[in-house]
Design a protein around this ligand. Structure first.
Ligand code: ADP
Length: 170
């Protein structure tokens, strides 16, 4: 039997800011892993967004959280996603669709990426209903106001947020 070439390996990229990673993201990664040979979680190095965690910290947190996922690795990237994909030999983008409100922006991005590189396809996965309202922005807001994030973000994230963020009651 012929061995599959590197390009026959189905490598998918799951890009995002992950500031911080929450259980909705993890749910999408866990759904993607059995579909592909490898899922590369790609942390966007977005210098302009004034993030809570630096790119290096976000990569480190994701590596800790995903340590038990053998077909998954974490990288950071800057610039065009399609260029990063070309570098690592990936052809598929995984994105999460929470609700209709995500659709418009995701649709535009999928078509733009395909225009930039016609070999690239985007697939959409939907999370468990209980995570469909979760966003990184909301987790940060709730945490800052003293809300409980137990069950919504991994414990590694919660620990780091407690170290990083001063809350009103603390
Ligand atoms: P952005 O890169 O726009 O800041 P995120 O880093 O928050 O977005 O998210 C990266 C990807 O994860 C996107 O495809 C987004 O739709 C998806 N995602 C975000 N939150 C959830 C969730 N609660 N359930 C499923 N997918 C999600």
């Amino acid at each position: 039997m012929q061995k599959p070439s590197a390009l026959a390996t189905r490598v998918a990229v799951y890009p995002g800011s992950f500031d911080p990673v929450h259980n909705g993201h993890i749910d999408i990664i866990e759904r993607g892993c059995p579909i592909f040979d490898e899922v590369v979680v790609a942390v966007l190095n977005n210098t302009s967004k004034n993030p809570l965690f630096s790119t290096e910290e976000r990569v480190e947190i994701l590596q800790e959280v995903l340590a038990d996922q053998p077909h998954c690795r974490v990288e950071s990237f800057s610039g065009l996603l399609v260029d990063f994909m070309s570098e690592i030999g990936a052809r598929t983008i995984v994105r999460g669709l929470r609700a209709v409100s995500d659709f418009e922006a995701e649709f535009q991005m999928a078509l733009m990426n395909r225009r930039l590189d016609p070999r690239v396809e985007t697939v959409f996965l939907t999370p468990k209903e209980e995570y469909s309202y979760l966003s990184s922005r909301l987790t940060k807001e709730v945490f800052l106001l003293g809300g409980d994030l137990e069950g919504l973000v991994p414990k590694e994230v919660l620990e780091r947020m407690r170290e990083r963020v001063k809350r009103p009651q603390e």
